[in-house]
Write a protein that binds this ligand. Structure first.
Ligand SMILES: Nc1ncnc2c1ncn2[C@@H]1O[C@H](COP(=O)(O)OP(=O)(O)OP(=O)(O)O)[C@@H](O)[C@H]1O
Length: 270
């Protein structure tokens, strides 16, 4: 069955709009703990985590390596189950985007996006125009016949984003999606992602080690602590959009968050 977003055109607007936020909970994480292994292999990756992600919100997660950020995303995606507590996405569709684009190398960009639509059950006649629309949305119009190795890293991540959009998900989980890109390409991807998130009205949970990236993109940033993974603090990023990497306010807020993150990392290397 074709879902409603397929019927909704992707709007293109040259002027920035406020993101679509209903504010209701899209993801509710209640008392979640996750343990791995047994005996001397036993690890408590997450302990008693409570978190709500609101519909249309852009939430960033930062924290020291090993504090359980990816584990949490896996639980939200339903790829793993909590040892205790619950994760509720209210029946919403969830899609994942990783650091590597994970486009199928033997398929063209067009075929990669087309496959995602096919798996959604979209009829062939509707798929061609929709692939074109999605590739235009990520500014890859005219590149559909290229295979992933013929694209730059930034283009591959745009292709991955088109494939995520083709999955018609309400909630998009992004695990350091731009970490492998050079600074200028990453900057450009921030602009594109902010635009697409605003236009399509997605709920995003974005994991990063880059505090400036979190402040540049997020409505809210959660700092996690490790050993075991828990929510340490959250910050509302009430800065106007569209934002830019070099904005003074973004730099100031990033500075404050970086201090806290450094203290958190230092706590674990003592
Ligand atoms: N499948 C697994 N089996 C055993 N231990 C695991 C597994 N997955 C994660 N862990 C452990 O759980 C803890 C949290 O790992 P996780 O990958 O979620 O952290 P992270 O914050 O995403 O780290 P990074 O920022 O380095 O990617 C770590 O101690 C890790 O070794």
């Amino acid at each position: 069955m074709t879902s409603t977003r397929f019927l909704r055109p992707l709007t293109r607007s040259s002027t920035p709009r406020e993101p679509v936020r209903s504010g209701g909970p899209a993801v509710t994480i209640t008392g979640v703990s996750k343990e791995f292994g047994a005996g001397d292999q036993h690890t408590v990756a997450l302990h008693d985590v409570d978190m709500t992600v609101h519909e249309g919100e852009f939430l960033c997660l930062v924290g020291a390596s090993g504090c359980g950020k990816s584990t949490l995303l896996n639980l939200v995606a339903g790829l793993d189950v909590p040892s205790a507590g619950s994760v509720d996405v209210g029946g919403r569709k969830v899609a994942f985007m990783f650091q590597e684009s994970a486009l199928f190398p033997w398929l063209t960009l067009h075929q990669n996006v087309d496959l995602a639509l096919k798996l959604q059950g979209m009829p062939r006649a509707e798929r061609g125009p929709r692939v074109d629309e999605l590739l235009a949305m990520v500014r890859l119009g005219g590149r559909g016949n290229r295979r992933p190795h013929e694209l730059s890293g930034g283009m591959r991540q745009r292709g991955a984003l088109a494939r995520v959009l083709a999955q018609d998900a309400d909630v998009v989980l992004m695990d350091e999606p731009f970490a492998a890109l050079d600074a200028m390409t990453r900057d450009n991807m921030h602009d594109e992602l902010e635009r697409i998130w605003t236009e399509v009205g997605l709920t995003v949970v974005f994991v990063t080690h880059n505090v400036r990236e979190a402040v540049r993109l997020g409505d809210r940033t959660i700092l996690m602590e490790s050993g075991p993974g828990r929510v340490k603090r959250e910050y509302n990023i009430n800065l106007p959009r569209p934002r830019h990497h070099e904005d003074v306010a973004v730099a100031e807020m990033s500075g404050r968050l970086t201090e806290e993150l450094k203290a958190e990392v230092a706590r674990h290397v003592r």
